[in-house]
Write a protein that binds this ligand. Structure first.
Ligand code: SME
Length: 173
């Protein structure tokens, strides 16, 4: 069944924040995540906790989740919150596959401006902007990528990148 553009009843459209407002909600979310996890070692527990609390505190987070490295050149869907995410992504394909291949964070101002199927994979037509970051283990190896979508263009910037890179290092590094 193709994804419909209609917003599912269980998800609200994104609401924008200013950079200062972003810093406040990221500080609240980080405190809640680190307090909840304590010295938790299980990666699945860490991922579901991050998804839940980031989506709770940050109003422009529409789809949030992880894709995990599987084999040499593939990502498989991991824990997420949102509409149905595509199940597998090859390295180099879409935003997630590009980040997995390059190891560099990618911010997409307008997903509809990208070449669909190649530069961007549209799991949900409501997604209009995106940030994807590499997720590394303590030993530096790539565990997967962390993917966040917004229903608004231009939701993500250097504040999101800095906050999420720090949080991912705190939780997984
Ligand atoms: N947009 C991503 C695919 C994952 S869905 O957004 C959850 C990409 O282009 O890799």
């Amino acid at each position: 069944m193709a994804a419909t553009a209609e917003m599912p009843y269980f998800i609200k459209p994104s609401r924008p924040l200013s950079p200062d407002q972003k810093r406040v909600v990221y500080a609240e979310a980080r405190q809640a995540i680190l307090a909840t996890l304590g010295d938790e070692a299980d990666d699945q527990v860490k991922m579901v906790t991050m998804n839940c609390l980031l989506k709770t505190y940050i109003p422009y987070y529409y789809w949030v989740g992880f894709y995990l490295v599987r084999g040499e050149d593939k990502l498989v869907i991991g824990p997420y919150q949102g509409t149905l995410g595509c199940l597998y992504i090859k390295f180099g394909k879409g935003v997630c596959g590009t980040v997995a291949a390059t190891g560099e964070t990618r911010i997409v101002e307008d997903t509809h401006a990208l070449v669909q199927g190649k530069e961007h994979i549209a799991c949900d037509p409501n997604s209009r902007s995106e940030i994807v970051l590499p997720v590394r283990r303590a030993d530096g190896t790539l565990m997967g990528v962390f993917d966040v979508d917004s229903t608004l263009e231009g939701s993500f910037d250097e504040v999101d990148q800095r906050e999420l890179e720090t949080l991912l290092k705190n939780v997984f590094g």
